[in-house]
Write a protein that binds this ligand. Structure first.
Ligand SMILES: Cc1cc2nc3c(=O)[nH]c(=O)nc-3n(C[C@H](O)[C@H](O)[C@H](O)COP(=O)(O)O)c2cc1C
Length: 156
């Protein structure tokens, strides 16, 4: 279908728990009631500027490592920043962070880059911190579904 909207998910998933988060995002985004959205998932090291230019919206996911985003997500931004600058202004995006304790350093760091790109946040950043729990899965599923449904309905 030519009017399919395109949702890109770029998320770092170094552990079984973080893989489960990505799976939940995908489950939500590919909900059976949403059929007007094409979803593409890539780990950050495999995603490039052509994927971002393809997308109508993007969900970013990362762990917090040493108070910052994962090296993999940083590498993604390093590679896509200039090729996407001025070509992806107002790209709707959402961010989720899996952190052991904190997550704020990562939120600030990603925010500086997405502000530079002039991307448009369409959801509050989700910080999944503390002991891993099943509630995270629901939050991620909801995030994926909300982004895809918002794209399909033209809200974002
Ligand atoms: C090298 C390393 C550095 C980390 N640094 C932080 C940190 O600065 N802040 C934080 O909240 N969690 C930190 N963590 C915890 C990770 O965010 C957490 O282990 C990761 O999100 C995976 O979650 P999981 O244990 O549920 O699989 C770190 C983990 C590793 C391996």
């Amino acid at each position: 279908m030519s009017d399919q909207k395109k949702l890109l998910i770029v998320a770092h998933n170094p552990s079984p728990n973080t893989q489960a988060l990505v799976d939940a995002i995908l489950r939500g985004a590919q909900h059976e009631d949403i059929d007007g959205v094409e979803v593409r998932y890539l780990p950050p090291l495999e995603a490039g500027s052509e994927d971002v230019l393809w997308a109508d919206a993007i969900i970013l996911g990362t762990t917090e490592n040493f108070g910052y985003m994962s090296g993999a997500l940083k590498d993604f931004f390093d590679r896509i920043y200039y090729p996407c600058l001025e070509k992806t202004e107002a790209l709707p995006f959402a961010l989720y962070i899996r952190a052991g304790l904190d997550g704020t350093g990562t939120k600030i760091a990603v925010g500086k880059i997405t502000s530079g790109l002039k991307w448009k946040p369409v959801q509050d950043t989700i910080i999944l911190h503390g002991e891993y729990c099943d509630e995270f899965i629901g939050q991620c599923e909801e995030l994926g579904m909300l982004m895809a449904a918002s794209l399909e309905s033209g809200i974002i």
